[in-house]
Design a binder for this molecule. Structure first.
Ligand code: URP
Ligand code: ZN
Ligand code: ZN
Length: 465
């Protein structure tokens, strides 16, 4: 099957230019000067008209939690609903997090997640691994997983008694990563201090969702981020800070990068558009916005945008972790610490960040870079994914940068009963989505199928030697 995309503006991380794109089977075959494409059009099996549209690499969301166990329940998108919703939002690759339970091996955990994804995913997917039981076996298994394309391991300085790792455990895992080329991804919040603040708040009768934010102050994210950076320095390992939300944490990352350290960080749309005011909504509404780190007071937003421009924040992911308001978020009625942590967002990342383009915060090229190209390079998928170039997978989004639409639970495709962005109008909309040359979405209709998505064995971080 040969597909020709005609008349669009190709947008990559290096800039925008008019070009037609020829796809042969699953791969991009050529970028063509539109003045000389006429003769080719007749030889294509299918021609897609991209006049007035951006032609850009499919989004890569490197932080999702599909069917994830948390707080006695499971996130409600599985690999079928979650990957379909991702595609509707212009994301054609995800990297999800298998969760090691204490007492389980990494290998059996990975097998379980392969079972969850296989036959269900409609877009390509890779895996990181959450390490919650650091011991000699786990450390050895890390080497084996790198060989299987699981080249990044998430650890937690938060959630004592659940995922929490002590500094010596973190150091050991980092030392292992320094040897096998893996990347340690850190959830950097001081969970021991936070748990004490939570106990004090509950004892004082503060049970509302707003207290989730007040008991996880930005200083404790800044402190943990700085500590993780120091531990990585001692171990001689690179470090990737996940879901960075606060100026204090960004300052620590900026200082490390200015000092030449291999430290990277991602943020998420919720830290650009949601705030403590949302957590403080009347009644129990604030539960919809409970995630960790928490959404911050609005003054942090400008710093997060600045970090995205300066590349101290080099990736935008979603940390998509959807729990329904009814019956799941409601588990925390009367005790904010029991609200399952997570916000749905896999469908809205590209549009919310494009709103930043419309508002003058980012250029179109930078938007593509943080949503697709850098995630691909950071997690060993480039140039198969993350760009429009001959030989790359034909994961392509046709995007209308001028269309306006409203985000709502009534129209989204995520399997969750509310939208954290209900009623928000955004400028920019996905029109057509291709994954390895297959059309998944066209003219507002779904043409994908569960199970067509392939597992991606990833390489190591491509920003390091
Ligand atoms: O609140 C969040 N972020 N839930 C998902 C788990 C995590 O820490 O990423
Ligand atoms: Zn986390
Ligand atoms: Zn997460």
């Amino acid at each position: 099957m040969r597909t020709l995309i005609r008349g669009g503006t190709v947008v990559t991380a290096t800039g925008s230019f008019p070009a037609d794109v020829l796809i042969d089977g699953e791969k991009i075959a050529a970028l063509l000067d539109p003045a000389h494409t006429d003769a080719l059009a007749g030889t294509a099996d299918r021609v897609l008209d991209a006049a007035g549209l951006y032609v850009m690499p499919g989004g890569i969301d490197v932080h999702t939690h599909l069917e994830m166990p948390f707080g006695g329940t499971f996130s409600v998108d599985d690999f079928e609903t979650g990957t379909r919703a991702a595609a509707w939002g212009g994301t054609t690759t995800i990297v999800d997090f298998p969760v090691q339970k204490k007492g389980s091996t990494l290998t059996e955990t990975l097998d379980t997640w392969h079972g969850k994804a296989s036959g269900k995913a409609s877009i390509d997917y890779g895996f990181h691994m959450i390490v919650s039981d650091v011991n000699d076996t786990t450390l050895k298994e890390m080497d084996a997983l790198v060989g299987e394309g699981v080249t990044s391991f998430k650890m937690f300085m938060a959630y004592p008694g659940v995922f929490y790792a002590t500094d010596d455990e973190i150091l050991r895992a980092m030392q292992r990563a320094a040897g096998n080329g893996a990347t340690i991804m850190m959830h950097a919040e001081n969970g021991i201090a936070i748990d004490e603040l939570v106990r004090q708040a509950l004892a004082a009768g503060h049970t509302d969702p707003g207290w989730h934010g007040r008991t996880r102050p930005p200083e404790l994210e800044g402190e943990a981020t700085a500590r993780a950076i120091r531990l990585a320095q001692v171990a001689g390992a690179p470090l990737y800070i996940v879901h960075l939300s606060a100026k204090q944490a960004l300052d620590a990352v900026t200082e490390a990068r200015d000092g030449g350290r291999p430290v990277f960080a991602e943020t998420c749309p919720q830290y650009l558009y949601l705030s403590q005011d949302d957590l403080d909504q009347p009644g129990f509404e604030g539960a919809k916005y409970v995630a960790s780190p928490p959404v911050r007071p609005k003054e942090h937003w400008q710093h997060i945008w600045r970090g995205l421009r300066s590349n101290d924040l080099s990736v935008v992911s979603t940390d998509h972790c959807p729990f329904c308001y009814k019956d799941q978020k409601e588990l925390g009625q009367g005790d904010f610490s029991k609200i399952p942590n997570g916000i749905p967002g896999v469908e809205h990342r590209i549009d919310l960040l494009h709103q930043g383009v419309a508002d003058g915060e980012l250029s179109p090229a930078r938007w593509v870079e943080v949503n697709s190209t850098t995630p691909a390079r950071m997690f060993g998928l480039y140039p198969r994914k993350g760009t429009i170039a001959p030989g790359s997978d034909a994961d392509i989004v046709l995007y209308d940068p001028t269309a306006k639409h409203v985000l709502s639970a009534a129209t989204h495709h995520m399997n969750v009963d509310y939208s954290a962005y209900e009623g928000r109008e955004v400028t920019g909309q996905v029109k057509t989505v291709l994954s390895r040359g297959d059309i998944l979405i066209e003219n507002g209709e779904w043409h994908g199928s569960a199970g067509r998505g392939k597992y991606l064995a990833r390489g190591t971080c491509q920003y390091l030697g």
